[in-house]
Ligand binder design. Structure first.
Ligand SMILES: [Zn+2]
Length: 169
């Protein structure tokens, strides 16, 4: 059995920035492996492409350019807004809201929800960064294939995994 569309795949992986020696982003080491249904759009397409055809026990090590991962960094997505935007009805800004690194949920006139990260705080304005936190970062994955099985019809219909490591319902 090899990794192909509609297999339930479990992998242990370590994600670092840029190269295998780059800064650690996340790892499944010491935790449950990542489980997903291959080929149904759950994962980054480039991630799946690099795993295609592997067998249980196979190792992998590959990089994904930012453009194929969470996108290149967009300077126009860094937006300066007046601090008064965040005033409550009493005219005060909640304590600790406008601190660098905070993720602030917002809604536009059309009701679309999105999140901006506080990137800079000035006297009267703040800059919010609407880029994905991983935008502009090249990814590098190392790991191995832990387990594999066929997805059952109910899993394919629901678009998620049942049983251990998945949904229970
Ligand atoms: Zn289900």
């Amino acid at each position: 059995m090899v990794i192909e569309t509609n297999k339930v795949v479990s992998v242990h992986y370590t994600l670092t920035e840029g190269t295998a020696e780059g800064e650690l982003v996340e790892s499944t080491q010491g935790r449950e492996p990542l489980m997903f249904i291959y080929g149904v759009g759950m994962m980054l397409p480039e991630f799946e492409r690099n795993l295609e055809g592997l067998k249980v026990g196979d190792q992998f090590a590959f990089g994904i350019q930012a453009a194929d991962a969470y996108g290149i960094y967009d300077d126009t997505a860094l937006v300066e807004v007046p601090k008064s935007t965040f005033e409550q009805e009493d005219g005060k800004i909640p304590d600790g809201l406008l601190e660098i690194g905070n993720m602030i949920p917002l809604q536009d006139q059309d009701g679309n929800r999105f999140t901006g990260m506080v990137a800079w705080v000035g006297l009267d304005t703040v800059k919010l960064d609407f880029n994905h936190p991983m935008a502009g970062v090249d990814l590098f994955f190392t790991g191995h294939v832990e387990a594999m099985r066929d997805a059952d019809p109910a899993e394919l219909e629901h678009g998620h995994i049942h049983g251990p490591g998945g949904h229970h319902h």
